[in-house]
Structures are given as C-alpha cells and as structure tokens.
Design a protein around this ligand. Structure first.
Ligand code: PLP
Length: 501
C-alpha cells in the first residue's frame, strides 16, 4: 500500500466527524422524527361510506413515505444514540442488568405464544401448562408454596405481597397491626409499598457492619408489627447472617417476614428465602431471570407465599384440574381458579405473559446446574471487580454486588464520566450508608476481559479532577440531561415540542 491510498488518522477522524454529522440534523436536533422526514398523503377510502360520525372519519392519512432502508437506518441511528445491555457491560447495582439471551426472544416470538387472552381455558392448555410450571419453578427456587404470576414489576409485587399480608392479618382478626418495618438501606419501593399499603413505616437503622441491628429490631417489633421487609443479601451485598434469629423475632410478635427478591441472583440454587423463614416474597424476573428491562418495562414481579398466605393471593391462579372421571386422560389438564380469600385481580388477564414466557425459557434452559453456576459467577465477578478497582469498598464480605465509595468525588459525576470510557456506570448515591456510593453489580455474564475493561474505566475516572468530571460526558449523543424536568414534566408528544418553539 502506498501512502496515498492508506487510510490515515486524519481520514478516520474526518470520517468520524461526517458520521457524527449524519447523526444530527443541522439545527442541533437529534435524529428527526419519521413524520419530519417525510409526509405523504395516502388515500384510505371514502369516509361517506362509514357508519361513524363525520368527525371521526377521514379519507386520507398523512404518513411518512419512506423506503425500508430509510426506516431501518432511522431506527439503527436511534439505537446507536443510547447505551444498552447489548452495547457493553451494565453494572447497575441492585438492578441486575444481565444479558438477555436472544433464544428467549425466539421462544416468545413463536406463533403459539401469541394467544389471545380471551380464549377459552380448554383452548389454551399449553399456555396454562407453562404458567403452572413457571409457578412451580419459582416456588421451588424461592422455597415458597404458592405463586402468582400477575404483578407486572417488582414494586407491584411488593404491593401485592403487603396487601396479601394485610388480608391475612385482617382474616385473623388482627387488623390493629399498622406498622411495617423497613431497614434504612432498603430500596425506595419498600418504603413506598408500606406507605401505599396503608401502614406506618418504621425505619430500621443498620449496625456497624451494615446489617440489621438486632437490638434496634427488638425495639421496633411489637404487637403492631404487620411485617418486616428485608432484602438478602442486602443492598450492600451483605448476607444477613442472623436471618434465622430475625425470622424468629418477627414471628414471635405475630408479624410476617417479606423478602424483596431483587438480589435473588446471589442465592440461585444455593439458598432459599422460604428456608430462611420468609413468608412472602417477590421475584424480579426481569432481573434474576434475564428478561429485558430498563426504559420502564414491561417486566414481571411474581409473588410467592407460604401455605398460610396462599388463600389470599390475587385471582385467578392456575392449577391442575382435578378429574377423577374414568375417561380422564393421563395428560394433566389445567384450569384457572380464584383462591378462597383472594385480594382480587391486580393485572389484566395473566400479567405480562410474554415476559413470563421468556423467564420460563431462561429457567428451563439453565436448569439446576445453570442456576447454580449463575449465582457462583455473579458472586465471583463482583468480588473480582472490587479487587481490581482503587475506590474504597467499606463493607465486606459481599456477594453479587458491592458498594464502593467515590470518596471526595461526586458519585453522579463519576457515573457521567464513565460513559466517556464506553462503559455503563454503576448505580450511584444509594444506599446512603456509603458516602458517594457506587453500587456495582457486574452480573455473571461478563468475562474477565470485560471486567478488566470496566476496572480500567473506574480507575481512570478515579484519577480525574472535578473540572473534567463536571464537564462529562463528552462523547455521548446527549450530554447532561435535566432528569428532574424530564421526569416531572415529560413531553409525550412532538406537538408539545413544536409548540415550545
Ligand atoms: C429493582 C428493585 C426493586 C423494584 O423492582 P422493580 O421491578 O424495578 O419494580 C425493589 N427492591 C430492590 C432492592 C430492587 O433492586
């Protein structure tokens, strides 16, 4: 190759600039909307022939008249402006952002998975079979006796679990119980769930080691305790070593023990909340069982309970049909039923069905050994990564996640800067027990090479000054976003955008 034809660094830089320009339109906006790219009038028929009122009908429609490549490029460009689980490591602590295997998408895309929710029970026996088996898998994984698949998220599962606990207490003539105890280090949804469930929230301080303070728990428990909500391992990644004693203390005052299943990834195949004394739990299938999440869902948050609470679960659930007629086939059949004292329906139909299909496929493919392997590697990866970074990790020994401290740096700035190194940052500023928390969960799916890359990004940022951190990110499509305004006053239509201009 001669110098003339060789692609030199400048050419590459120019190519990058051209590529960047292609991603933005001139006025500084990002990729235009399809409707801004083209508007073509399409005739759709004669509205006079419609029985609907005139103001509800039209003869033509404005649609983007774009070719398939133009459409494909639009969505590809959009996909390149964000960082997703398929872009690189995503060590968002507590969220368990593990890779979502594509085979589960194939399973969910099978024509047979596309059942209409109004079809008769007898015509959807396969779907009921899957739900029944998923209830069974989850029950066995969590050590629970009965499971509902309806709740659409972990937080929704919490709410169902607490409603079930309330119904149980009420059924036993114990509706004076008006307190739910939540450790300081818990996820915000636990406090919200307890409050929304109508309970007074009793906040429990941690002991010096970062676990439940038994003396504080003793003081908080009373005949008014409805439940204690716990995450185990907790949000510092620490296992509550006194869990049996904690369960006994809660049960002694007649309270129930709630398990927040967000950290189940650390326990898969090794330990079961039911065996620890928990009475009710939710599963974040979009975390532990690798169904897609982020961007607001959909997810699924099935709830498992011990026998005593099963009659209060949401309706309907799936069970095997009892058929003792002589013509009964050897194949089990399934039916929907309402538990005796059900709290009612909490979701349309059976919950987020295709998410449940993916979770089922994932568990079935991994099997006992695979689940065991997942938890082993999740713990190994977290411990390896922590050992490779220079930020201090104050609480040990941790399992599938750890909370480092950014020290004098602002954890949110650290996170923004990590994006410039091409990796996703950890969860920041929570739990508050660790100053400037960097809550990190690499998950079991990352290789040593990727973990080393991640560690290098942490360490590079650890060396940088405040000015650099505050200016970050420099290399992402969107820079510092006003997240508060975005959440408080979302613009949900391009008409609003146009009106602003
Ligand atoms: C994610 C999470 C929740 C809430 O679950 P969602 O599925 O996001 O609603 C609750 N507790 C903990 C510890 C979590 O990490």
């Amino acid at each position: 190759m001669t110098d003339d034809t060789r692609t030199n660094v400048d050419d590459v830089e120019e190519q990058r600039v051209r590529y960047d320009q292609a991603r933005y339109v001139e006025d500084g906006q990002y990729e235009p909307l399809l409707s801004e790219k083209d508007q073509t009038t399409v005739e759709i028929g004669d509205s006079d022939e419609s029985p609907l009122p005139d103001d509800l009908t039209r003869d033509s429609l404005e649609l983007p008249g774009l070719s398939e490549p133009e459409l494909a490029r639009h969505y590809t460009r959009l996909s390149q402006m964000i960082y997703g689980i398929d872009s690189g490591p995503y060590p968002l602590g507590s969220c368990t952002m593990k890779y979502n295997p594509k085979f589960t998408e194939d399973v969910a895309a099978l024509p047979k998975a596309a059942v209409h929710p109004d079809r008769s029970e007898t015509s959807v026996q396969g779907s009921l079979d899957l739900m029944y088996r998923l209830q069974d898998y989850l029950g066995r994984i969590g050590g629970m006796d009965a499971v509902t698949l309806q709740p659409p998220a972990g937080a929704a599962g919490e709410f169902v679990g607490i409603r079930v606990a309330a119904a149980y207490h009420e059924h036993n003539g114990e509706d004076h119980r008006d307190e739910v105890i939540v450790p300081e280090s818990a996820h915000g949804t636990n406090f919200a769930t307890a409050a929304l469930g109508g309970y007074d929230v009793v906040s429990l301080p941690s002991d010096e080691g970062g676990r439940v303070d038994l003396e504080a728990l003793e003081a908080a428990l009373s005949e008014n305790t409805a439940a204690l909500m716990l995450t185990n391992p907790n949000t510092l990644g620490l296992f509550e070593r006194d869990i049996s004693e904690i369960a006994e203390m809660v049960h002694d005052v007649g309270g129930l023990l709630y398990y927040d299943g967000a950290n189940l990834n650390a326990l898969l195949g090794r330990a079961r909340p039911g065996d620890m004394g928990f009475d009710v739990m939710h599963y974040n299938v979009h975390k532990t069982f690798a169904t897609p999440h982020g961007g607001g869902g959909p997810g699924a948050g099935p709830v498992g309970v011990v026998d005593e609470l099963a009659p209060f679960l949401p309706a309907p659930r799936v069970r095997e049909t009892e058929d003792d007629s002589e013509t009964a086939s050897s194949e089990p059949t399934y039916e929907l039923f309402d538990p005796d004292h059900t709290i009612g329906k909490v979701h349309g139909y059976q919950g987020n069905w295709l998410v449940l299909v993916k979770a089922f496929a994932y568990i079935a493919r991994l099997g006992d050994e695979g689940l065991l392997d997942a938890s082993a590697k999740a713990v190994l990866n977290a411990n390896y990564l922590a050992s490779q970074i220079s930020y201090d990790v104050p609480y040990e020994p941790f399992y599938h996640e750890f909370v480092a401290s950014a020290g004098d740096q602002d954890a949110a700035d650290v996170a923004k800067r990590m994006l410039d190194y091409g990796v996703h940052p950890p969860t920041t500023k929570w739990p508050e027990i660790v100053p400037e928390a960097l809550m990190t969960e690499p998950t079991e799916v990352e290789s040593k090479k990727t973990l080393d890359r991640l560690a290098a990004a942490f360490d590079a940022v650890a060396e940088e000054d405040d000015e650099t951190l505050e200016a970050a990110p420099e290399r992402t499509t969107a820079r510092r976003i006003d997240q508060t305004s975005a959440a408080r006053s979302p613009r949900l239509s391009w008409h609003e955008l146009a009106d602003d201009e």
